[in-house]
Design a protein around this ligand. Structure first.
Ligand code: URA
Length: 231
């Protein structure tokens, strides 16, 4: 890898800033000052900035408790992106492993590991997602069965995969689905003549939203949480 790219990744600076750092003479590779960004560095090289050793961090896996009003994209003309809630280097490398609507709250996973996010989002792997749903009208007695049988959504050829509905109270349920179709939960209830008035994701696979995270807070996943998606 080029030395300037290494500095960008290790310090979260731009290529221009990395060039300036190099020009300042504060960057050493294997004990010698180097000023040229085009020099190649390998895993065996020791890169120092002002005597501090620089290392490339490994892949990042983050859980965010998304508040209302934030979208899960890098840019949006109307809403803030949920990325503004993170204070991390190299934000451009991060992406959402599955999206929530702007008005949906709760668990969002963010990573720079494409294989990992593919595992979470690919329909083939049928990763479970549990949502707490608040409804405009009372839950009907046949809902549980209807969700288990699959629901016909507008403009979709196939029924939804069997989903598990647990009734919490007259207008609140927990719904577990294995797919991630566009606006899926809202459309499922709309198909039954009801309306979702609040939606909060609590779980993705074995990863459960941490109770300690206030809306807008985030933390890095534990090793066990990261590995859980491969099981
Ligand atoms: N289903 C929806 O309708 N919206 C979401 O944000 C997530 C699932």
């Amino acid at each position: 890898m080029r030395l300037d790219k290494f500095l960008c990744d290790a310090l979260g600076v731009t290529r221009k800033e990395a060039t300036m750092l190099l020009k300042s003479g504060d960057i050493k590779v294997n004990g010698s000052v180097l000023k040229k960004g085009a020099v190649h560095v390998t895993d065996e090289c020791t890169v120092q900035w002002d005597e501090r050793e620089l290392v490339l961090s490994g892949p990042r896996y983050i859980m965010l408790n998304k508040p209302q009003g934030f979208v899960c994209t890098h840019v949006d003309d109307y809403n803030d992106t949920a990325f503004v809630l993170l204070e991390e280097a190299n934000m451009k490398d991060l992406h959402f492993a599955g999206r929530l609507d702007a008005d949906t709250t709760g668990l969002v996973l963010i990573t720079d590991d494409g294989q990992w996010s593919h595992r979470v989002t690919s329909p083939k792997h049928k990763c479970e997602k549990t949502y707490r749903v608040w409804l405009a009208d009372p839950v009907q007695t046949d809902y549980e069965q209807q969700f288990a049988d699959g629901i016909e959504l507008r403009n979709e050829r196939d029924k939804t995969l069997p989903a598990k509905l647990e009734v919490v109270d007259e207008t609140q349920v927990l719904l577990t689905i294995h797919e991630g179709k566009y606006h899926q939960v809202k459309r499922m209830f709309a198909a039954l003549g009801n309306k979702v008035v609040g939606l909060h994701r609590e779980r993705v696979g074995a990863i459960i939203l941490d109770d300690d995270l206030e809306p807008g807070d985030y933390r890095f996943l534990t090793e066990d949480e990261v590995n859980s998606v491969w099981r």
